[in-house]
Design a protein around this ligand. Structure first.
Ligand code: ADP
Ligand code: MG
Length: 693
């Protein structure tokens, strides 16, 4: 146990730390870090062993190593790519350091005679073993920096926030928490086989060289489990408070006095399916009551959730209330805008549009309309930002819920809350992702569920083929045939690098190439970095059938609806998670034509990715896919988890930690209110949002 120093201070906000201005603070925010506590809970992706220096003759290819020696030679190689080549020699051998992008300052750093300590991955190059772009520092004879006694963590970070800086800040905070300079209450009596909070943090951020790294990275190590347990406990407590608060709250009973629902349905070109009718009945009943509705509307891709949402909106508007419809991406929100316009304008209702890109005069006008009680608002999360006021918001509809976190859901509920009357809006949450039981126990605790378990009539199943990317010419030929036949196709280029700039570039290149190969047809392009207007124009032209092949990044993942499109090509499909693939495939098979989905992969494909592609080939059933997803979605798939994950946990992983979930309720039962505050504050943020219970 550490002895307490004289001054223990509370955890500081990130912008209170030395040298962190607003720009840097926003980078941290992008990582979900708003203060010292966030730094503590930022989990490394992997670790590097810099605890020892390896004799150069003992380095092995494909492994990382730290070496130290003297520079004996330096030259610039002209070849296909200009490179700086440096030879490092110790008492045992020599090693080439190679740099493809380099500065004059580096040439000086690597001057012959300098002593360097370098860390990097070893590979076999034309000159024998080499390290490409190792991290190097100059070491002076006799004044060598000491070797760390623990492994060095490597953290997930974001552009503009350097790894070294981030790591230094995390480790400094860990140190402050361990020696008691920063307050850190350990309130959870963890089971005996798990370490206490401080030990867990110490192990995660600075494991000793003997630590079982696989267990640590995969999250099965007791130290990770300890934190995951605490995180799950915090979410459990927060949701329990929310539910208790909700039990005391009321909502306005919304009766469709103006008969809008019937008028809208009468104008639809089709009959609602039996499942849609049943679900509309359930929702309609909730809305007509004073108990706030919190209902999850679950239905596979293409099952027709939008119509159900529209009926709910019509009922609320018919009662004189305001409705907000929120989607996670601008494209999806725009799609709703278009549908709702078509359905509501005949009823004399014009939706108000609000997204991040709506600024200036347009924005003030939208805000003014909402404050004045405009009945229907459609947009992105911009709708629940500060400054947006409603007059009588009584129903909130959130599409594709898993993209939003609990915190955002709260902010939204707060919008329509009325503290005097304890009234809150009814909430309808729509998702295409079936919710496995573990999740239902946590993320969705307290939500009632309606399921649309029937697809609209006339849907043709989508045939799925998995194809080696080498066979691209055949795929293009297949597109040509489909387009010549009057049909339309999607070509999706998923994220390859973790950067939307590179992703956009890749999509541009692909679009240009396809345009060249398919000169008779118009090819369009949409990606996340385009302006809303450009995106919209392209989507409109695709919908109108002018653009025949749409090249897109994964921005089209959710919600886009073009029935004439019957061919879906997904490039690098091996990189996508199951639920994403399922979403994408759901874009076709909506019209009367037989549809196909081609999943192109780039060999070699890992075992997990192969299993995913196999599932896609074998079934189109969203429930089956979600189950398999949870089984397969293994550890280490950080990116995949982020993309398919339904809740943004920092450490816990519901697929991995099923066991822990059931330990939570007995564990938190005896916590005091103040102790619960500590946990909620630490893991979720400002506990005051869950206050007064
Ligand atoms: P999702 O559940 O994926 O949001 P949508 O609401 O976008 O599905 O509906 C998918 C497509 O099915 C749309 O083109 C919609 O017009 C159509 N659709 C919805 N309900 C029916 C129905 N009862 N009969 C025929 N087509 C329908
Ligand atoms: Mg939808």
């Amino acid at each position: 146990m550490t002895s307490k120093p004289d001054h223990t201070s509370a955890a500081r906000r990130i912008d209170e730390l030395n040298g962190v201005g607003p720009a840097l603070a926003s980078k941290f925010k992008a990582l979900g870090i708003t203060g010292e506590t966030g730094l503590l809970l930022h989990r490394p992706l992997r670790y590097e062993d810099r605890t020892q220096i390896i004799p150069i003759n003992r380095v092995r290819p494909a492994a990382t190593a730290q070496v130290q020696g003297r520079v004996t030679h330096q030259e610039i190689r002209k070849g296909r790519r200009r490179s700086l080549l440096v030879v490092l020699e110790d008492d045992h051998g020599q090693l080439v350091l190679r740099f493809f992008n380099f500065y004059p300052s580096q040439r000086r750093q690597f001057a012959v005679g300098n002593r360097l300590r370098c860390f990097g991955e070893v590979r076999f190059g034309p000159e024998g073993f080499e390290m490409a772009h190792p991290q190097c520092r100059i070491v002076r004879e006799g004044a060598e920096p000491p070797l760390p006694d623990h492994l060095s963590p490597v953290y997930p970070t974001t552009a503009g926030l350097g790894q070294q800086r981030l790591a230094a800040m995390v480790l400094d905070t860990v140190q402050r928490a361990l020696d008691g300079r920063m307050a850190l209450d350990d309130v959870l009596d963890a089971p005996l086989d798990l370490p206490d909070l401080r030990s867990a943090l110490a192990i995660i951020h600075r494991p000793g060289p003997q630590t079982d790294l696989d267990a640590l990275i995969e999250g099965e190590h007791p130290a990770v489990q300890r934190l995951a347990l605490e995180e799950l406990a915090a979410h459990h407590l927060a949701l329990a408070r929310l539910n208790r608060a909700r039990a005391r709250q009321h909502a306005e009973a919304l009766e469709d006095d103006r008969g809008l629902v019937d008028r809208m349905l009468a104008a639809f070109p089709f009959e609602p399916t039996g499942a849609q009718q049943r679900v509309m009945g359930e929702i309609g009943g909730d809305l007509a009551g004073t108990r706030p509705m919190r209902r999850l509307l679950q239905g596979d891709v293409g099952s027709g959730k939008t119509l159900v949402a529209a009926a709910a909106a019509a009922q609320a508007i018919g009662a004189g209330a305001q409705v907000a419809i929120i989607a996670p991406t601008e494209i999806l929100a725009e799609q709703h805008l278009r549908n709702f316009r078509e359905w509501f304008e005949p009823l004399g209702i014009e939706p108000v549009w609000l997204a991040g890109k709506v600024t200036g005069k347009k924005r003030s006008k939208a805000l003014q309309q909402l404050a004045a009680g405009a009945p229907l608002a459609i947009g992105t999360h911009a709708l629940f930002q500060e400054g947006v006021e409603f007059d009588r918001l009584r129903l909130v509809i959130v599409d594709e819920q898993h993209r939003f976190g609990v915190d955002q859901r709260l902010a939204l509920a707060a919008k329509g809350s009325d503290n005097d009357t304890q009234r809150i809006p009814h909430q309808l949450v729509m998702t295409a992702t079936p919710i496995p039981r573990t999740l239902a126990m946590t993320a969705y605790a307290g939500l009632e569920v309606s399921v649309i378990d029937e697809l609209p009539p006339g849907r043709k199943p989508v045939t799925t083929a998995v194809i080696d990317g080498e066979r691209r010419p055949e795929v293009i030929e297949r597109i040509r045939v489909a387009l010549a036949d009057g049909r339309q196709a999607y070509w999706v280029c998923p994220l390859i690098e973790e950067s939307d700039v590179l992703e956009a570039e890749a999509a541009e290149t692909t679009a240009a190439e396809l345009e060249r190969q398919l000169p008779d047809f118009r090819v369009g392009l949409v990606h996340g970095r385009m302006k809303a207007a450009g995106k919209q124009a392209t989507m409109d032209a695709f919908k109108a059938g002018e653009i025949r092949l749409l090249v897109a990044t994964t921005v089209i993942e959710v919600g886009v609806d073009v029935p004439n499109a019957s061919l879906m090509i997904i490039e690098n499909a091996e990189r996508l998670g199951l639920s994403q693939l399922h979403q994408l495939r759901g874009r076709v098979g909506r019209g009367s034509d037989k549809s196909a989905c081609l999943l192109m992969y780039k060999a070699p494909v890992g075992e997990l990715a192969r299993a995913r592609l196999k599932v896609m080939r074998e079934t189109t059933d969203g429930f089956r896919i979600a189950e398999r997803d949870l089984e397969l979605r293994g550890p280490g798939e950080v990116l995949g988890t982020r993309q398919t994950g339904m809740l943004r946990f920092r450490i816990a992983d519901l697929a991995r930690d099923t066991e822990l979930v059931s330990q939570v309720p007995p564990l938190v039962k005896n916590l005091t209110h103040a102790q619960a505050d500590v946990l909620i504050e630490r893991w979720i943020g400002d506990a005051s949002q869950f206050a007064d219970v």
